[in-house]
Design a protein around this ligand. Structure first.
Ligand code: SF4
Length: 334
């Protein structure tokens, strides 16, 4: 194969070889592209910018300043949103929604950055590149390499362990994130091929909302209704209403377990990551390079959210598949 392969291509191939063929052989994409997940992308951009700020301060032995980190995160979120808006025609109301989400995304990203305690971590560098949203290519047989973008690689200054991070903005926390099964082991081995050993992979789940501000009742007390919030936010609401936080010890106890961020680390021996690479990625790279891929329509639950469903259905019926292709899909640029 004279090109690189990405994790996205691998997972498409494993899900359905017909879908892979539409996407990577025919290079078709739906004319109405799926919108990027707005809030998640803003949080991602803001968090990466904040981490980069701390990494650069570390590198050049400058004392990091929280206020500057905040400005950096905010700017990155605004730049992302400006690019997003510039590429789309939108009504004023829709633009307002994007701006509101940008502000929320900035606040969430900043809270996530502070929750991580950035000075606890030392970002690793590959040459002159800090490994934050870093695009890399790792040598892979039968292709020009595995193309990957790592969210963050950092060493924990407390215990000396090193981790590849995956950042996710989520509606609710998941015990095991899908990325832990295939993507992160592959990235772990890819880093090892590039000369960097890590102890395992870490998933940072960030809840997609800010702590809610409790209501003030007609009596002037703060509502004890069960809302998704944390103690600092609740305490501020008590002070704003002229109350005494010590009167709300029960709420404080309840909110002590409130969770807006979750970091799960998975220690993984290098050998195990290598086996995932050898047993899953290498055979797929070989199959693609051999030109012997059998395109089989999976006709499974995958179909319900497949962008090629209309075309696939047309091929399976008497419909005019050529017309469907021309009307609903375009060729992706190389
Ligand atoms: S609709 Fe289903 S069978 Fe057809 S390409 Fe998509 S996933 Fe595969």
């Amino acid at each position: 194969m004279t090109r690189t392969i990405s994790f996205s291509e691998l997972s498409t191939f494993l899900a359905c070889t017909q879908r892979w063929s539409y996407a990577y052989e025919d290079r078709l994409q739906a004319r109405t592209d799926a919108e990027p997940l707005l809030l998640g992308s803003i949080v991602h951009a803001g968090l990466a910018a904040g981490l980069r700020y701390y990494a650069l301060c570390d590198r050049y032995r400058q004392r990091a300043k929280e206020r500057l980190a905040q400005v950096t995160v905010e700017r990155a979120c605004n730049v992302w949103a400006t690019g997003y808006l510039a590429e789309r025609e939108m009504w004023d109301e829709e633009r307002e929604v994007v701006r509101a989400k940008t502000d929320t995304g900035f606040r969430i990203a900043l809270r996530a950055l502070n929750w991580l305690q950035p000075e606890r971590w030392e970002t690793l560098w590959l040459g002159r590149v800090p490994l934050i949203e870093a695009a890399l290519v790792a040598p892979l047989e039968f292709s020009r390499g595995l193309k990957l973008v790592v969210d963050w690689v950092a060493r924990d200054r407390i215990d000396g362990t090193t981790w590849i991070f995956d950042h996710k903005t989520v509606r609710s926390f998941q015990d095991e994130h899908a990325a832990q099964l295939l993507q992160l082991p592959l990235y772990q081995h890819a880093l090892s091929v590039l000369g960097m050993r890590v102890d395992g992979t870490a998933t940072l789940q960030v809840l997609d909302r800010l702590p809610a501000v409790p209501e003030v009742t007609k009596k002037g007390t703060v509502s004890r209704a069960n809302i998704t919030t944390d103690w600092p936010t609740y305490r501020q609401a008590i002070l704003d209403a002229g109350g005494d936080p010590s009167d709300y010890a029960d709420v404080r106890t309840r909110l002590s377990s409130a969770e807006f961020f979750r970091l799960q680390r998975t220690y993984r021996p290098a050998r195990q990551a290598e086996e995932v690479w050898n047993q899953i990625l290498v055979p797929v790279a070989w199959l693609i390079s051999s030109g012997r891929v059998v395109r089989i329509r999976s006709r499974s639950y995958q179909c319900s959210y497949c962008a090629y469903r209309a075309l696939c259905d047309a091929h399976l019926s008497e419909d005019d598949a050529a017309w469907v292709q021309q009307a609903h899909y375009r060729k992706r640029k190389r």
